[in-house]
Ligand binder design. Structure first.
Ligand SMILES: [Zn+2]
Length: 498
């Protein structure tokens, strides 16, 4: 494949100029004029460090199904740290585009990448099967979110190097919920990871349990009839997944592993090509990998897939949260976390995600039309006072530990130890009551849409729309209204309603 395509790539076509962050509304190209109702999957490697990056096409395959809508060839969103665009080679007309993220894009922000360690990651991209040769272009955002072309190649769909294999031994498919034609539905597909051959019924039950959890939450609840749900089961040799920090390694289909980027509870899958190859046995728009383990944790690559364990009590909530990233391009709204990316959201640049803002223009908030009447921008909610009190709590608990250790070391009598405990408990309770009192002062804000500081891993300078949301943590297990709308818009787009 590579040689032929490289030879063709010398054809020079005008590359698009730098595109600004907001795409202008574009007329949707007529599907049938440019595409057949099948898909072309491009398996890429991305390699490099924080500063350099090389994209290489590994393999191109034809897939029997184009499961996305035929009307949404150009998306209304401006999501993704990368965009791929497809131009009709004869007319140079833009006929397809999608934003995407990759594991490599995350790697670039880590310390090893900044120190110059080169790594390579996989990513599979898909487009409807073109009828004629196309120019395939990948653009990458710089720190100001401006797009620059980084890769281009002519693809000839009639090239005999395009792989047209059928799956040799189709895996077991569980059709959990079929509501209609894949073009007009969101096709949610679960893949089994770390289930042995005898675990097929367990996988089926896990698919149902996760789907029930998802469809109990808005906006999925109201829009559940827009979804088809399937599970694809390929048995692993062993149960579970890799846990490198525990020196535990399991032989599984997709090689899911914790300690992604050396973060303990972060699990990702590096075998992106194989994952898409298995998924392509059914129509899929949205991929969720279920990992047969009771451990807490999960992860996601935005606009690609999410992964979660299934047997921890919090697993359904982890799944819904991670799917928020991978399906609707939602940002994390939390800001106290072990996740400490360097430069994850550069200062002074508005994040692309719909649910957090840098508030660069307080007169025009990203979710202006959803703001509660009369709400302050930004919205004071006692954050600094609560955080000062929380710091006091932490200090008090550390001091208690020290005092108790010292007392035990000198074999202090039981009565004295109880006295120390009582003293610190009283201080602890008093601070706890003060925190509760500050929160009570602002309780009326809990159902309001405002602009609350603290989001996207940053305590200062980034804002979210409500105090609670499933993208931060929510005792009520709900998304904020901004996230709900972003998810509903994505459902509309994928199911061909927008
Ligand atoms: Zn939210």
């Amino acid at each position: 494949m590579k040689k032929t395509l490289l030879a063709l790539a010398v054809l020079v076509l005008a590359l698009p100029a730098l595109s600004a962050a907001a795409p202008a509304p574009q007329a949707q190209p007529p599907f049938d004029e440019f595409f057949l109702d099948k898909a072309l999957r491009i398996d890429l490697y991305q390699s490099g460090d924080a500063k350099s990056e090389t994209v290489t096409i590994h393999r191109i395959s034809e897939e029997a199904i184009w499961p996305e809508s035929k009307s949404g060839l150009l998306p209304p969103f401006d999501y993704g740290r990368y965009v791929y665009r497809v131009y009709d080679a004869a007319s140079n007309r833009l006929i397809f585009s999608r934003g995407f993220d990759t594991m490599f894009a995350e790697y670039k922000t880590t310390s090893p990448a900044l120190a110059g360690t080169v790594r390579v990651f996989e990513r599979s991209l898909r487009l409807p099967l073109p009828k004629r040769p196309v120019l395939f272009v990948i653009e990458q955002r710089d720190k100001r979110s401006l797009l620059h072309p980084v890769f281009n190649q002519i693809l000839d769909p009639s090239d005999y190097h395009v792989i047209r294999e059928k799956p040799g031994q189709p895996d077991w498919v569980y059709e959990a919920r079929i509501t209609g034609d894949p073009h007009d539905k969101v096709d949610l597909v679960y893949l089994a990871e770390g289930y042995v051959a005898g675990d097929r019924d367990k996988f089926k039950a896990d698919v149902d349990r996760m789907t029930d959890a998802l469809f109990a939450i808005e906006p999925y609840k109201s829009l559940k009839d827009r979804f088809n749900v399937r599970g694809v089961f390929r048995a692993s040799a062993e149960r579970g997944m890799d846990e490198p920090r525990q020196r535990s390694y399991r032989k599984t289909v997709l090689n899911a592993a914790f300690n992604a980027f050396d973060l303990d509870r972060y699990m990702l899958i590096e075998e992106d090509h194989l994952m898409h190859d298995i998924a392509a046995e059914v129509p899929y728009d949205v991929l969720a990998v279920l990992v047969n383990s009771p451990r807490y944790g999960g992860g996601s690559i935005a606009l690609d897939y999410c992964v979660t364990t299934v047997d921890h009590p919090a697993s359904p909530q982890v799944f819904v949260h991670e799917l928020g990233h991978s399906f609707a391009y939602l940002a994390d709204e939390y800001y106290q976390s072990e996740v400490s990316y360097n430069d994850f959201y550069p200062k002074g640049v508005e994040p692309l995600e719909p649910n957090i803002t840098a508030l660069l223009d307080p007169g025009h908030v990203k979710w202006q039309d959803l703001l509660s009447p009369g709400i302050g921008v930004p919205t004071e909610y006692g954050k600094d006072r609560v955080e000062t009190l929380q710091a006091g709590l932490r200090d008090g608990r550390a001091a208690r530990g020290k005092a108790l250790d010292a007392a035990k070391k000198r074999n202090a009598p039981e009565k004295e130890i109880r006295g120390i405990e009582a003293k610190f408990k009283a201080a602890d309770d008093a601070l706890g009551a003060k925190i509760a009192a500050v929160r009570a002062e602002y309780a009326s804000l809990e159902d309001k849409v405002g602009v609350f500081e603290g989001a996207g891993y940053a305590s200062k300078g980034l804002y979210r729309s409500m105090i609670y949301c499933l993208m931060i943590n929510n005792p009520k297990n709900e998304f904020c209204r901004v996230c709900q709308r972003a998810i509903a818009r994505m459902i509309d787009f994928v199911s061909g309603r927008s």
